[in-house]
Design a protein around this ligand. Structure first.
Ligand SMILES: *[C@@H]1O[C@H](CO)[C@@H](O)[C@H](O)[C@H]1NC(C)=O
Ligand SMILES: *[C@@H]1O[C@H](CO)[C@@H](O)[C@H](O)[C@H]1NC(C)=O
Ligand SMILES: *[C@@H]1O[C@H](CO)[C@@H](O)[C@H](O)[C@H]1NC(C)=O
Length: 826
């Protein structure tokens, strides 16, 4: 999905320019001298001028858009947005909070069972093999309730915020751990609460006895003075063992390692079993941190992060609270803990339940309470997955020999997956916002304008946002660089269309839209110009894999549909029907916004008329052979991957040969033609409502959609037809099929929605559309719910033959659109 989650080795190095010719020899010395002076000064100024051009081209990619940012620089500050200052904006950890500020003090939880070798839980990792984790409730603003199942016990992590003072107020946490079976009752577990600075601020642990931190006081620019309290824990037999660590380290991304390497097992905990005391058990506790020795000659730098960790070790079941109090909050009515914490949690819970009921009305549609809870969890994970990141992307344009740093900027965004993709993705975000906007248009606007503010002077937005050291530490280096020729589907227009349709709230957003307008214009232009095809009004994704030897079909990561089959031989002749439909949508939304703002939107309307002209669409993208819309390009489907084994020369040791390689062979030469792949791309004119409801092609598309030998499955619409030659084919030895068969929920959402919308329009297929709509909706809901019950997660994609969740998990980005499908909100 344009996530570059696979290794990609396609090189993109431009050849060096040919060396300049030396000037011809001269004889007449005065002339030589004169010429030398003249040519020298011309040369110098030409050199200076070309140097200047080079420089200005090179810095352009990192020059931000000239219009004033939509967000005021302090719009996230505690004075302007106090209720949103603190939040669970660290989706990459199981549980943690930070503020919406560039260098926030962060807080978090780690834990480990003391049974067996210690395995520390901190950042969300699929490798941890947790049976289930995720938010059951989270309203995106005030509170959250999460449940985590780990080896024999269930942890619940809850937080609630309390506004007050000038620095974002207070919050409290409650962590409970209960054994799943009686056998794990009494199991020894350690919880570790930490607080860490990110470049600024101070922390002071207050220690009772030798190792018991009772509270931490601190100060930072944004938080002022604060206190983090650890009130006495409950349960766990009568004994609690304490340890702590107070140290410094190079940055937040090293916190897990620092804690792990500071554990020693020479501590003992008195355990009770059968009422008898006196057994002592060794456990792993925090001792001192010894940083690894630096290589000699490394300059010592001031440590970036100060870290305090409070460890409690106790037996299950247990309940622990943590209380954060802001120094500027004066009129506090008692500590937010114990009973008052329970009350606040209850109050927010019932508020959320009522609000959820009012917005999505699932009960009225006949869903049982368990299904409603499933939907509520899906929404909560989308909201609880929203992060606040700050930092610089690493970008490169054709004018930069080396990648360069983008200006540092904040991004408030949802993420596709807390474990695998805990960062912002342009193409996912438009889908995320469809759901978020139903819950809270204000939250959706905030994310949207954060994204638009990342635009550069050319109108380009880097598509994957890896901001800050924590985010960076999750991405292999080779995938970090964002190339400025590369697009990603402009799905933010989907979100915008929906936000504009909300007549109650769009009025409040007009001032944002007005500020956003110059950016939106540049964004549109950027696509319209840089991704234009050879023929007028056609479009082509740039950035396809160039290496045609290694890939069965060179990938198009930029389209979001990675390995979905396109023309076998990338060339300028290509035209991509999905991108054309995205542009049709974009032009429509631009025309709508210009109308709302009283701006001249004539050229967007004009573009829209052309891009939705079904006769032109037919001419440029209809493949009669396929009976569907298609890409066009230099293509053959007679390609295959074959093993090529190097032969040993006479006398050569066969063991010294390089390993065999899978190489693409082309059995029939490519020619300009439609790409004969039936799948998501073929349906885009329908998915994005470019197709007229009376189109003679609609019936044929519906035939394909309902055909089980093609894309129909009991679990949703599969990405690529079973009849396609690339169906479930690997792209290289290491690239499993990704968009070549599995069922994806974002596209199925578009499909269900299109069926619904067309079934409400005049046309010859209304009844059929309506029944297909019911059937597809039912299939999707039944399978996603079943998989959730079975596995505890929403998944990145679903197997088209078994319906089983696959790919990464939890994937509560666009798979959470299941909520809108349940609610029939399109
Ligand atoms: C926001 O920042 C500007 C300048 O950076 C400052 O003048 C203004 O007072 C700030 N507003 C608030 C409410 O903090
Ligand atoms: C988009 O590109 C087309 C073709 O180059 C051009 O005719 C049209 O005016 C452009 N649209 C806008 C809004 O600039
Ligand atoms: C198609 O690709 C082949 C192989 O790269 C090339 O030889 C041929 O000229 C291309 N055809 C067109 C029309 O570009």
């Amino acid at each position: 999905m344009g996530r570059e989650r696979r290794r990609h080795t396609g090189t993109d190095q431009r050849p060096l320019p040919p060396p300049r010719k030396a000037p011809p020899p001269e004889r007449d010395w005065t002339r030589v001298l004169l010429l030398a002076i003249v040519s020298c000064s011309i040369g110098l100024s030409a050199f200076a001028y070309s140097g200047y051009i080079k420089w200005s081209l090179a810095v352009r990619v990192v020059t931000l858009h000239p219009s004033p940012p939509i967000l005021a620089p302090n719009s996230s500050s505690p004075s302007l947005s106090p209720n949103m200052f603190w939040g669970s904006y660290r989706p990459q950890v199981y549980f943690g909070m930070k503020t919406r500020s560039p260098h926030s003090v962060v807080t978090g939880l780690m834990w480990m069972s003391q049974a067996g070798a210690p395995s520390l839980r901190h950042t969300c990792e699929q490798g941890d093999g947790l049976a289930r984790y995720g938010w059951l409730m989270h309203d995106g603003e005030n509170f959250g309730i999460q449940e985590i199942q780990d080896g024999g016990f269930t942890l619940s992590t809850e937080f609630v915020k309390r506004p007050g003072g000038d620095h974002g107020g207070d919050w409290s946490w409650r962590i409970r751990a209960s054994p799943e079976a009686s056998s794990s009752s009494g199991q020894l577990v350690s919880l570790m609460f930490y607080v860490a600075t990110d470049g600024q601020g101070t922390l002071t642990p207050h220690v009772e006895g030798k190792r018991h931190v009772t509270h931490v006081t601190g100060m930072s620019e944004e938080l002022g003075q604060f206190t983090l309290r650890f009130p006495k824990a409950e349960g766990g037999g009568s004994h609690i063992s304490y340890n702590y660590l107070s140290t410094s380290c190079p940055g937040l991304h090293t916190v897990t390692d620092v804690v792990r390497t500071s554990l020693r097992d020479h501590f003992t905990h008195p355990t009770e079993s059968g009422g008898t005391r006196g057994n002592k058990r060794r456990y792993f506790g925090l001792d001192t941190y010894q940083p690894p020795p630096l290589p000699p000659g490394t300059p010592t730098r001031a440590p970036h992060t100060q870290l305090v960790v409070h460890q409690l070790t106790l037996q299950l079941p247990l309940q622990v609270e943590v209380v954060f109090e802001s120094g500027s909050f004066q009129q506090r009515l008692g500590q937010l803990s114990g009973l008052s914490l329970s009350k606040e949690l209850e109050r927010h819970k019932s508020n959320m339940e009522n609000r959820f009921k009012g917005i999505f009305r699932l009960e009225e549609k006949g869903f049982i309470p368990d299904q409603v809870a499933f939907a509520q969890a899906a929404l909560s994970n989308m909201l609880g997955g929203m992060g606040y990141f700050y930092g610089s992307s690493l970008v490169q344009s054709p004018h930069n020999p080396e990648p360069v740093l983008y200006p540092a900027a904040p991004l408030y965004t949802a993420v596709p997956s807390r474990s695998f993709f805990p960062r912002g993705f342009l193409w996912d975000e438009g889908f995320h916002l469809l759901l978020i906007a139903r819950w809270s248009p204000a939250l959706a606007w905030q994310s949207l304008v954060h994204w638009l503010d990342l635009m550069n002077a050319d109108g380009w937005i880097p598509r994957e946002q890896i901001l800050g050291s924590e985010a960076r530490s999750k991405v292999p280096d080779e995938f970090v660089i964002q190339k400025s020729e590369n697009a990603n589907p402009p799905t933010l227009f989907l979100a915008l269309r929906q936000l504009l349709a909300n007549k109650e709230t769009v009025g409040d957003a007009v001032h944002l839209l007005r500020r956003a307008w110059p950016r939106l214009q540049s964004w549109y232009d950027w696509y319209n110009v840089t991704q234009a095809g050879l023929l007028p009004h056609t479009y082509r994704w740039r950035g396809r894999d160039k290496d045609t030897l290694r890939f069965l079909n060179p990938k198009t990561l930029t389209s979001g549909l990675d390995d979905y089959p396109r023309a076998s031989h990338p060339s300028e002749d290509e035209r991509h029907v999905d991108l054309r439909c995205w542009m049709a949508l974009a032009s429509q939304v631009m025309a709508d916004i210009s109308q709302l703002l009283g701006e001249d939107g004539g050229h967007y309307l004009h573009d829209n008329r052309i891009l939705t002209d079904n006769a032109l669409l037919h001419q440029q993208h209809w493949s009669e052979r396929l009976g569907a819309y298609a890409d066009y390009g230099n293509h053959t489907h007679n390609t295959a991957l074959e093993w090529v084994r190097p032969r040993a020369a006479p006398g050569q040791d066969p063991r010294s040969l390089p390993p065999p390689q899978l190489i693409r062979v082309v059995r029939k030469p490519p020619r300009l033609q439609y790409v004969g792949a039936l799948g998501y791309v073929s349906f885009f004119p329908f998915f994005l409502q470019v197709l007229n409801p009376s189109s003679p092609h609609l019936g044929r598309l519906l035939d394909h959609i309902r055909d089980s030998d093609k894309v129909w499955t009991p679990y949703g619409i599969r990405s690529l037809s079973k009849s396609s030659s690339l169906y479930l084919q690997r792209n290289t030895e290491h690239d499993a099929p990704y968009w070549r068969g599995p069922v994806w929920i974002n596209m199925n959402y578009l499909a269900v929605r299109a069926l619904y919308l067309y079934s409400h329009m005049e046309g010859p297929h209304r009844d059929r559309l309506a029944s297909l709509y019911r059937e597809l909706r039912q299939n999707l809901l039944a399978n996603l719910y079943r998989q959730y019950k079975d596995t505890g997660f929403l998944w990145e994609q679903y197997n088209d033959q078994t319906g089983k969740g696959q790919g990464c998990y939890p994937f509560t980005g666009w798979s959470s659109l299941v909520v809108l499908i349940m609610a029939e909100e399109y």
